[in-house]
Design a protein around this ligand. Sequence first.
Ligand code: UD1
Length: 438
Amino acid sequence: MTFEPHTRDGDVIVAAKSGPLSGEVVVPGAKNSVLKLMAATLLADGQYVLTNVPVIEDVAIMADLLTAVGLQIEVQPARVGEVGQHLVIRNTGAITPVAPFELADRIRASVNLVGPLLGRFGHIDIALPGGDDFGGRPIDMHLRGLEAMGAQFDITSEGIVGHCAELRGAEIEFDFPSVGATENILMAAVVANGETTIRNAAREPEIVDLCTMLRAMGCRIQGIGTAILVITGVAAASLQAVTHEVVTDRVQAATYIAAVGMCGGSIRVQRANASHMGMMLTRFTDMGMRFDIDDDGITATAPEQLTAVNVSTLPYPGVATDYKPLVVAMLSLASGVGIVTENLYPGRFRYVEELRKLGADITIDGHHAVVRGVGHLHGASVIAPDIRAGATLVVAGLAASGITEVSDVFHIDRGYDDLVGRLAGLGASISRISGSPS
Ligand code: UD1
């Protein structure tokens, strides 16, 4: 089936000064997990059910991409008492490992098809990944790892063609714990011949989620959640389809926490998993926020006044780069000066110009942002440059006097499930104005 886009060109989110916020928001499943879980269904025939799936544009695009290579995908609404939708994915084995350019070009996660398709079919022909445009996003580590397992690649201006007679286990050590490279090698290694060791593997909760599903399918993985993954390949035919619940989105959870931090009040962030957000919650606490944590979520309470802190982004368990725009926006309203250091993506400061339009005082020096608290933001028309920065501008707009209009909302729709509705549910003055059909 083809998935209907819910974004229209010209959609605008309008945010007015809000707060104190109150009530409960239920956080859905993680974009950065579900896209990889969907790719994993290429590995074995059968009928999969993914639950707690967020209603976001990237899921729709990934579903179209996987449908184009031969999977059958049906969306079912959430059951009573559940949050996300269900994806029923049927893999009949009739897969063509060729990803059409017009779809793969639109989504970074298309690169996640490389590992499972190569592992299972020994061949791929896939467009180079698109997705968020925040500086070069090379995939050399993905390709080097797969080459060590016996694959060969031709890179053209259109994309990547890869093949291998047989993928075999290998010793792979990453220079850097890349999320995408870890996932790709993992999904190739589970059906390769022999044992693969990935050293300096990424340890993000979304990778643990993928490993958990792969293990339920019959894959043999040791060291889950650590920097050393040892994978013993098995025959794809011995694997089985499973039902799996997508892990909660820690970045969406942090977005609502940042909203209450900036607008004031106290909210319940239901399903937020504090154990996946440890460092970020520590930094938020240093800024003056208070958290009551239990098994089902987090209650977050804002201080009268946020206090500036310094924050560096690092691979998990460090503060994720995806939280960073939220932190910069919060520091804009904090007392004092905070320095935010970006260690993953040098180009990921482009939203700063937009925050400045709201009155923020931010100076960029290399990969550092020096944020001077101004105590007050004012509304303006701004443009969402990517998913997380877009959501940050919406939240900052709620803390600004007057009206803030955020355009290029399609970025936000790629990763946020009903941001407007969820913020409105917390008492925020926010609405979405539809543009013309795209
Ligand atoms: C994933 C997330 C993204 C998050 C990022 C880091 C998804 C869909 N996206 O992206 O939201 O911001 O993790 O937590 O899950 N690098 C190389 N060569 C490679 C691979 C990566 O140089 O072969 C570099 C990248 O350019 C970047 C850094 O390593 O500077 C981190 O990349 P990586 O961890 O791979 O992030 P993604 O998987 O792309």
